[in-house]
Design a protein around this ligand. Structure first.
Ligand SMILES: NC(=O)C1=CN([C@@H]2O[C@H](COP(=O)(O)OP(=O)(O)OC[C@H]3O[C@@H](n4cnc5c(N)ncnc54)[C@H](OP(=O)(O)O)[C@@H]3O)[C@@H](O)[C@H]2O)C=CC1
Ligand SMILES: O=CCCC(=O)O
Length: 290
């Protein structure tokens, strides 16, 4: 199966490398075209534009930063829409349900097939094919994409109509963003009240709230190491989109709203390209001042 892959950021690069290593032919495109070179060295072909990739490949995957990028790659000149008739488009970016529906309607009205399939899991699961895939849209395309999903992920869910994948992803990430804030506050509180925060990590890891995120990110955070796996700017984007979903559905979300403010504060401090765990830095400053 030949797959077109649009967007070679942290996730897209790891996912397309994984597809190549597992025997798929892959044609890649990235806005900054030079990022395609590493993939070419591993056997990928390159398309000069999204339209060129879609013209060549029956199944196309996108992994783009945000709603604006997802819309631009589909609707702009030389975009996906120009060649989509009879072709398949799977958007794995994290976007809001409205963006996903807009893309779906445009693609299907041109005779293309659409699936949204955002993922849970970060850089390392993308490298090792351990993502959790949250698909929704055309069931026949979901079934056709299973061989690729089986390489990219450890489990795929089909969630029904377009928008449900986006909603599930936003709900997961709003919980994750709130947890990261609570974790950061706890680490600062332990430190400022005279405890060893490394002891806190050990205690947490043995109790009812042990989880891979605390276990994986905690030690790095205590060394001020925020090498980006999931960039903070994307986590804040997901908080913003999840809060908008809460707004639409009259769901009061005070915890998420407070967490969003901390991520915004981190962006204002220039931390947007670091890992989202860098929100910890905002807590350190606040506690210093108090
Ligand atoms: N990192 C993670 O842990 C996870 C991320 N996600 C989601 O996956 C998506 C990608 O994340 P990630 O790989 O980390 O992000 P990166 O910031 O590393 O990559 C973003 C990609 O989007 C492209 N892009 C940005 N703006 C535009 C535009 N206007 N037109 C065309 N292309 C554009 C970038 O191109 P260029 O190289 O030219 O800048 C790059 O290929 C996001 O929606 C994110 O929320 C989901 C799960 C985990
Ligand atoms: O959207 C990003 C999710 C990151 C993760 O699941 O660790």
């Amino acid at each position: 199966m030949e797959i077109g892959f649009l967007g070679l950021g942290i996730m897209g690069k790891a996912m397309s490398v994984n597809l190549l290593k597992n025997g798929f032919k892959v044609t890649v495109w990235n806005r900054t075209l030079s990022k395609c070179n590493e993939l070419v060295a591993l056997g990928a072909s390159v398309g000069e534009t999204p339209a060129e990739v879609v013209k060549k490949c029956k199944i196309n995957i996108a992994m783009l930063s945000d709603p604006a990028a997802a819309l631009s790659v589909v609707f702009d000149k030389d975009g996906v829409l120009e060649q989509i008739c009879g072709k398949c488009y799977i958007d794995m970016s994290t976007v809001d349900p409205d963006t996903s529906c807009k893309i779906s309607e445009a693609i299907t009205s041109k005779g293309g097939h659409f699936l949204e399939a955002p993922v849970s899991g970060s850089k390392q699961p993308a490298e090792t094919g351990q993502l959790v895939i949250l698909a929704a849209g055309e069931k026949a395309l979901y079934e056709e994409a299973i061989p690729a999903f089986n390489v990219l992920g450890k489990k795929s869910f089909f969630l029904g109509q377009v928008g449900n994948g986006a909603k599930m992803k936003l709900v997961v990430n709003v919980i994750m963003g709130s947890m990261m804030n609570a974790f950061s506050e706890g680490l600062v509180l332990a430190d400022r009240s005279g405890l060893n925060p490394h002891d806190l990590l050990d205690v947490l890891d043995l109790g009812a709230i042990a989880n891979p995120m605390f276990r994986g990110k905690g030690p790095a955070m205590l060394q001020d190491n925020y090498s980006p796996a999931f960039p903070l700017k994307h986590q804040q984007k997901d908080m913003r989109l999840a809060l908008a979903l809460g707004d639409e559905n009259a769901v009061s979300m005070p915890v998420a709203a407070a967490a969003n403010e901390a991520f915004k504060k981190a962006r204002s401090m220039g931390l947007e390209d670091l890992d989202f765990s860098a929100v910890f830095e905002t807590m350190k400053i606040l506690k210093h001042k108090s």
